[in-house]
Design a protein around this ligand. Structure first.
Ligand code: FAD
Length: 384
């Protein structure tokens, strides 16, 4: 059995960043992943660094500090990860959504996030392809960002491996080695790995691992789906989503009902179109024809000009969330050495900061952020 200072489980955004910062802090670290790199939700997303959709009660310090870190990430890793600045539009269709967005503005402004409500007649200047008759207006934030997801993950891994990270893909954690209330390592289908610190960055799979520890962590997931089109010249100025995400997403049924608009144009010109979501116990990644059709319908309603684009492929992945919109982030009570870092409302924006904070927790015993609201030991409502 090889013994490490720290084991990170799960090679998505959070696991790759965490493995990097632990290794950079001088810890002998291994990253264990049941599939290949980005086998979970991290291979299915748009790479958007989302600012204005933050959870307001407890997450603004994490989001604003996280955004500042993202803006420096290429300088920090000394390579391109496709980072670029884009704006964000949350489209508003109903008076109730307008009010919901208006109610969020004071807290966003206090945190320095300059989001504003824009009526429909101003939208053609911000997003010429959008059908302005489809909406009442939008919540607009001009300064957000986008990375190329795989470039960021592999940049972290490349840098971490240069510093000695052991990467074990196709290695599934099946149990934990605990004694005296302390984690001593994990069992896998490829043998035992020892460590005094284990970080679970396991997304939608986290409740299954929790059960092995006698914990009932309330982390449901949606089966999130998107489709991707052939590339075009740059046609979109912003990442565009629907304000309905704030009221509907977790109820949207990809098999029967619909999708909630989420569109981005990737750096290479492909349109990423979504998003159908279904709360399910299924951890699979099969795209469903009805989900894809629902996405095509919703996109055509807001962006008629995109109807002529050819779809290249579609995908789906299980995306963890929580009923209170807060992550499970911090040490686990009663099990020394076990840290959770998962179920972030928007993951990309917090990735560097979360990885660094975990390394601080391990090395110094505390991080720069107040993690109390995110405690894995808090009571969170179950969603079925
Ligand atoms: C269509 C779509 C678009 C999205 N767009 C965005 C966006 O633009 N911006 C954004 O912030 N978010 C977006 N998201 C959400 C985002 O993809 C996820 O929040 C993010 O990828 C979660 O990363 P993670 O590292 O926490 O988890 P994951 O990427 O799910 O990683 C968990 C890993 O743990 C591994 N694992 C699980 N169990 C075990 C085990 N027993 N042993 C070993 N390994 C294990 C899994 O294989 C997996 O690789 C989008 C999601 C979808 C579906």
């Amino acid at each position: 059995m090889t013994t490490y200072d720290a084991l990170v489980i799960g090679a998505g955004y959070i696991g790759c960043a965490t493995a990097y910062y632990l290794t950079a802090a001088g810890l002998k670290t291994a990253l264990l992943e049941r599939g290949g790199v980005a086998a979970g939700a991290s291979r299915a997303n748009y790479g958007n660094v989302q600012v204005q959709d933050a959870e307001l009660a407890h997450s603004l310090p994490l989001v604003t500090a996280g955004f500042a870190r993202c803006e420096q990430i290429e300088a920090e890793l000394e390579c391109s990860v496709g980072y670029r600045r884009i704006g964000s539009l949350l489209l508003i269709e109903t008076e109730a959504q307008w009010q919901l967005m208006a109610d969020r503005l004071p807290a966003l402004h206090t945190a320095g996030i300059a989001a504003e409500l824009v009526p429909a007649d101003r939208l053609p200047e911000l997003e010429p392809l959008l059908n302005p008759h489809s909406v009442l207006g939008a919540c607009y934030h001009p300064h957000e960002g986008q990375v190329y997801p795989f470039a960021l993950l592999w940049a972290y891994l490349r840098r971490a491996r240069e510093k000695g990270l052991a990467l074990h893909t196709h290695t599934t954690v099946t149990g934990f080695d605990l004694s005296g209330g302390q984690v001593r390592g994990v069992k896998t289908d490829r043998g035992m790995f020892g460590a005094g610190v284990v970080v679970l960055a396991t997304g939608a799979w986290t409740p299954r691992l929790g059960q092995l520890l006698g914990r009932n962590w309330s982390i449901p997931h949606v089966h999130g789906q998107a489709i991707v089109t052939e590339p075009t010249e740059r046609l979109l100025n912003n990442h565009i989503a629907s304000a309905a995400f704030f009221e509907e997403m977790q109820d949207a049924d990809a098999n029967t009902a619909g999708a909630v608009l989420a569109i981005s144009q990737a750096a290479h010109g492909h349109f990423l179109l979504g998003e159908a979501g279904l709360v399910t116990a299924d951890l699979g990644s099969a795209a469903t024809p009805t989900g894809q059709a629902a996405i095509a319908r919703v996109v055509g309603r807001y962006f008629p000009a995109l109807r002529r684009l050819r779809v290249l492929r579609g995908w789906a992945a299980p995306v963890a969330f929580t009923a209170d919109g807060l992550p499970f982030f911090g040490p686990v009570g009663g099990i020394g050495g076990l840290i959770l870092a998962t179920a972030f409302k928007s993951t990309v924006i917090v990735t560097p900061l979360v990885g660094e904070t975990v390394a601080q927790l391990v090395v110094q015993g505390h991080g720069g952020l107040d993690l109390t609201p995110f405690s894995p030991d808090r009571e969170v409502a179950q969603i079925h």
